[in-house]
Design a protein around this ligand. Sequence first.
Ligand code: HEC
Ligand code: HEC
Ligand code: HEC
Length: 118
Amino acid sequence: MRSRIGFLFIVLLVVTSAYAVAQQDAAAPAGAAKITLDGGFIGNVPFPHHLHQKSAGDCKACHQLYPQEKGVIGSLKETGKLKKQQVMNSQCISCHKENQTAGKPAGPTQCNKCHQRS
Ligand code: HEC
Ligand code: HEC
Ligand code: HEC
């Protein structure tokens, strides 16, 4: 009898913690599916955000450098905490090049494939 109650208790614990984890995932704000980044004078950069959440796997791949906020790259560049083209070089192009070299699906590395003149 005692062990049965113990067993039920463990089952309950597992179920509730699994539920908590599921809730957490559902609550994690994924942000916009598509974001237009300010690309300076050579044109803005359309960025498929959710596609990258799938392909990069980890939010930290990008958000270790800047928080999960709209327009944050622009404000960090204004205050000098990010250099111009730092995100572009250290993240966008660098990851695309790495994947290209490894023969994996990759994004563009040419200027005009990212920067769109309107
Ligand atoms: C490949 C890079 C990359 C990855 C991976 C990534 N993000 Fe982002 N995220 C960005 C960029 C770029 C912005 C826009 C920043 C700006 O507007 O200056 C952004 C903005 C956001 C924003 C705020 C803007 C909005 O749409 O509300 C949220 C929230 C966010 N990301 C959540 C996440 C979460 C959660 C993950 C992981 C599941 C993730 N991101 C993975 C690059 C990425
Ligand atoms: C994979 C996409 C991508 C490619 C390829 C790319 N860029 Fe960018 N570029 C960005 C993003 C995103 C930003 C904004 C973030 C930043 O400044 O790091 C940017 C910003 C810039 C800026 C503005 C910086 C500022 O703050 O004024 C210039 C200028 C620029 N890129 C030029 C180029 C040139 C020239 C090339 C080709 C040699 C190029 N980019 C290739 C994505 C790209
Ligand atoms: C951690 C790796 C990684 C980073 C960082 C990254 N990308 Fe990508 N990107 C990819 C991969 C992988 C693909 C190809 C996805 C696919 O085809 O399924 C891709 C595809 C793309 C595409 C093409 C989408 C399409 O529909 O074909 C664009 C545009 C793009 N990335 C822009 C950017 C910009 C702008 C940044 C920086 C803000 C960036 N990427 C940062 C890995 C990355």
